[in-house]
Design a protein around this ligand. Structure first.
Ligand code: C2E
Ligand code: CA
Ligand code: CA
Length: 586
C-alpha cells in the first residue's frame, strides 16, 4: 500500500534533498543542452542536471515509460507530430511529468494551445536564457508537486490521515486484481465504534475527533504495512487485509483490533472507553463483486452490533441467500409499482350483534409474473427497507378510496374502508396533505376512510403524530390503532390522541378460548375501549368459540377468516350485497 508517509517521501522536492540531481529529457531540442550544462545554471544552486535526449514522439514516449524524469523540455515541431501531442499522450498515460514547450517562433495561437494542454511553461528558443530556463524547471516541478499533493488530499481522510472511501475502493479493486493473479485470499473488515455518539454528545466533538485519531493509529498498528486502512466517514472504518492466511486468518486481526480498542484511551487527561463491532467478508469465497463484498461486510458488522457489540462476525452464506432474494424482490416490486401491478383485496369487518358489514380493510396484494401471491408480511418490510413503501402506500390509499367511492353506488352505502399506514409513510411530512388530496381526487366522504396505524408508529414522535392525527380527524377521517397490545405498553397516550378504534391483535384472539392471559388482555382491551368510547375490533377470528367469547364480552366488531377472508373488489361487492359473506367460505 502506498501510504501517506511514502507518498510524502516520493514528493520530496529536489531543493529539499542534500545534493540534487535532476533528470531532464530533451525532445527535439538538443541544442538547449548547452544552456543546462553551463556553469551558471547548474552549480549556483548545487543542482546537477542529467540530460537524456530523444529525437521524436515515439522515442520520447518509450523513454518516459522506462525512466523517471523530473521534467521534460519539448520542441513544438516534432517531425509529423507536435510537442503538444507528446504532452497530451504522456498526460493520458498519467506520467505527471512537467513539460516545458520550446518553439522557433512566437505565435500566440501556440501559446494558448500550450496552456490548455497543461504545459507548465512556454519559451521561444532564441529568447530563452539559462536562468529563465532554470527557474521554469524549478517552478514546473513545484507546480506538479502541488498538483500531486492535492490529488493525495483527495485520497486521504483529513482528520486521521487514513485512506478515504474513494481511495479504499480503488485499493480494494487493485487488491482483488492482485488476488486473482496470485490466488491469495483477501479479508474485508468493516468496523464501527459501539458508543461513539455518546462520546460526541457527552464530551464534545473535539474529544470525538481525538478519539477517531487514536482509533486510526490503533488500527494502523494492528495491520500490516501492505493492508489498506480507511475511514469511510463518521466512526466507520474499513480495512482490506491481504496476507490473512499467513497470519492465521482474519479472526487473528479482528481479535487484535477488539483487544486494542477495548483498552481505554487517554485523551487530554480523560480516560475514554470505547469498543467496536467488526464485520468480515472474504474474497473470493463470499462474493466476487466489490459492491456486494462491501455490503456483506457491512451486514456482518450490523450483526455483530445487534449481538451486543465488542465482537466480530463473519458474513455467512445463509444471510447472502436471504439478501439475494430480498434484492431481487425489491427490483421486481419497483417494476410492479411502475406497471400498477399491486392490487387491493378487501376483508369485511362485521358488527358483532347484527352481523352487518360495517366496513372493510384494504390489504395489499401482489402476484409476480408466473408465481403465486406473495404475503404482504414478506413484501411490506422489503418495501420499507428499499424506500418503496411511500409509493405503495399512496397507491393503496388511492385505490381503496376510489373502490370505496364506487361501492357506495353499488348497494354498499355507508360501508367504509380502512387503509394501513406504515411508519415511514406516516413519519414523512405531508402525510396529512396526501390523505386530503386523495380524498379530493376520489371524492370519497372523509368519514368513510379509516387509517390504521400501529402504536409504535404513533409513539415514535408523539407530538408530531398527535398533531397530524388531529388535523385528519378535524377533516372527518377516522383513526384506528392496529395490532393493539403488541407495541407500546403505556395506555396513557390514548387519552391524548383522537382514536376511533382499537384493533385487538390476532395473537390475543387466537388464545381467548384456552389461554388465561389472552382472555384477560382481550377482556381488558374491550373494557378500556368501551370506557373511553372507542370502538373495539377483534382481528383474526377463526372459529365460533372465539366469536362467542367476543360477543359475550361486548366487543363491538369482528374480522377474521371464520367470517370472511380478504377478497378481490368484485367478489367483495357481490358478497356483501348478497350477504353470503357470513358463510365464512368466501
Ligand atoms: P394487518 O394490518 O394486521 O392485517 C391483517 C392480516 O391478518 C392480513 O394479513 C389478513 O389477511 C390476516 N387475517 C385476517 N383474518 C385472519 C384470520 O382469521 N386468521 C389469520 N391467521 N389471519 C387473518 P395480510 O393481508 O397477509 O397482511 C399482513 C400485514 O401486512 C398486515 O397486517 C399489514 O400490517 C401489512 N399490510 C397489508 N397491506 C398493507 C398496506 O397496504 N400497507 C401497509 N403499510 N401494510 C399492509
Ligand atoms: Ca391492519
Ligand atoms: Ca392488525
Amino acid at each position: 500500500m502506498q501510504n501517506w508517509n511514502s507518498r510524502n517521501r516520493a514528493l520530496q522536492l529536489p531543493s529539499e534533498q542534500k545534493r540534487a540531481e535532476l533528470n531532464l529529457l530533451l525532445v527535439g531540442c538538443h541544442e538547449i543542452d548547452r544552456l543546462l550544462t553551463t556553469a551558471s545554471c547548474g552549480k549556483s544552486k548545487n543542482i546537477n542536471y542529467s540530460v537524456s535526449i530523444a529525437t521524436g514522439h515515439e522515442e520520447a514516449m518509450r523513454v518516459i515509460e522506462s525512466k523517471q524524469f523530473d521534467a521534460c523540455l519539448v520542441n513544438f515541431d516534432l517531425a509529423g507530430k507536435t510537442g503538444l501531442d507528446l504532452v497530451r499522450d504522456a498526460a493520458e498515460a498519467k506520467h505527471g511529468l512537467p513539460f516545458i514547450l520550446l518553439t522557433d517562433r512566437d505565435d500566440h495561437r501556440i501559446d494558448a494551445e500550450a496552456m490548455a494542454s497543461g504545459v507548465v511553461d512556454y519559451f521561444v528558443k532564441d529568447q530563452v536564457t539559462a536562468p529563465l530556463l532554470r527557474r521554469a524547471i524549478r517552478y514546473g516541478i513545484e507546480r506538479k508537486r502541488t498538483e500531486s499533493r492535492l490529488a493525495a488530499l483527495a485520497d486521504f481522510d483529513e482528520l486521521t490521515g487514513l485512506a478515504n472511501r474513494t481511495h479504499f475502493h480503488r485499493m480494494l479493486r487493485h487488491e482483488i486484481a492482485v488476488a486473482n493473479r496470485t490466488g491469495r485470499q483477501l479479508a474485508i473488515f468493516f468496523l464501527d465504534l459501539d458508543r461513539f455518539k455518546r462520546v460526541n454528545d457527552d464530551m464534545g466533538h473535539m474529544m470525538g475527533d481525538h478519539l477517531l485519531r487514536k482509533v486510526a493509529d490503533c488500527l494502523r498498528d494492528c495491520c500490516r504495512e501492505t493492508d489498506t486502512v480507511a475511514r469511510l466517514g463518521g466512526d466507520e472504518f474499513a480495512i482490506v487485509a491481504t496476507h490473512i492466511e499467513d497470519g492465521g486468518g482474519a479472526e487473528v486481526v479482528a481479535n487484535k483490533i477488539l483487544a486494542a480498542l477495548s483498552e481505554p484511551f487517554m485523551i487530554v487527561g480523560h480516560n475514554v472507553h470505547t469498543s467496536s463491532s467488526i464485520g468480515i467478508s472474504l474474497y473470493p469465497s463470499d462474493e466476487d463483486n466489490i459492491e456486494r463484498l462491501l455490503a456483506n461486510a457491512d451486514m456482518a458488522m450490523y450483526r455483530a452490533k445487534a449481538e451486543g457489540g465488542n465482537t466480530y462476525r463473519y458474513f455467512d452464506a445463509n444471510l447472502s441467500e436471504e439478501i439475494k432474494r430480498k434484492r431481487s424482490m425489491g427490483r421486481a416490486m419497483r417494476q410492479a409499482l411502475d406497471h400498477g401491478d399491486f392490487t387491493a383485496h378487501y376483508q369485511p369487518v362485521f358488527d358483532v350483534t347484527g352481523g352487518q358489514v360495517i366496513g372493510a380493510e384494504a390489504l395489499a396484494r401482489w402476484r409476480p409474473d408466473g408465481e403465486g401471491y406473495i404475503s404482504p408480511s414478506e413484501f411490506i418490510p422489503i418495501a420499507e427497507s428499499d424506500g418503496l413503501i411511500d409509493r405503495l402506500g399512496e397507491r393503496m390509499l388511492l385505490t381503496a378510496c376510489k373502490d370505496c367511492m364506487a361501492w357506495q353506488g353499488q348497494g354498499l352505502k355507508d360501508v367504509g374502508v380502512a387503509v394501513n399506514v406504515s411508519p415511514s409513510q406516516f413519519k414523512r411530512s405531508g402525510i396529512v396533505e396526501i390523505v386530503l388530496r386523495t380524498l379530493q381526487d376520489s371524492r370519497l366522504d372523509p368519514t368513510l376512510l379509516e387509517l390504521e396505524l400501529t402504536e409504535n408508529t404513533v409513539m415514535r414522535d408523539f407530538e408530531e403524530a398527535a398533531e397530524a392525527l388531529q388535523r385528519l380527524r378535524d377533516e372527518g377521517v377516522r383513526i384506528a390503532i392496529d395490532d393493539f397490545g403488541t407495541g407500546y405498553s403505556s395506555l396513557a397516550y390514548l387519552k391524548h390522541l383522537p382514536v376511533d378504534r382499537l384493533k385487538i391483535d390476532q395473537s390475543f384472539i387466537a388464545g381467548v378460548e384456552n389461554q388465561f392471559g389472552d382472555r384477560a388482555i382481550t377482556r381488558a382491551v374491550i373494557r378500556l375501549g368501551n370506557g373511553l368510547g372507542i370502538d373495539v375490533t377483534a382481528e383474526g377470528v377463526e372459529n365460533a368459540g372465539q366469536l362467542k367469547f367476543l360477543n359475550s364480552k361486548k366487543c363491538s366488531s369482528v374480522q377474521g377468516y371464520f367470517l370472511a377472508k380478504p377478497m378481490p373488489l368484485e367478489t367483495f361487492v357481490e358478497a356483501v350485497r348478497g350477504r353470503n359473506v357470513l358463510s365464512g367460505a368466501a
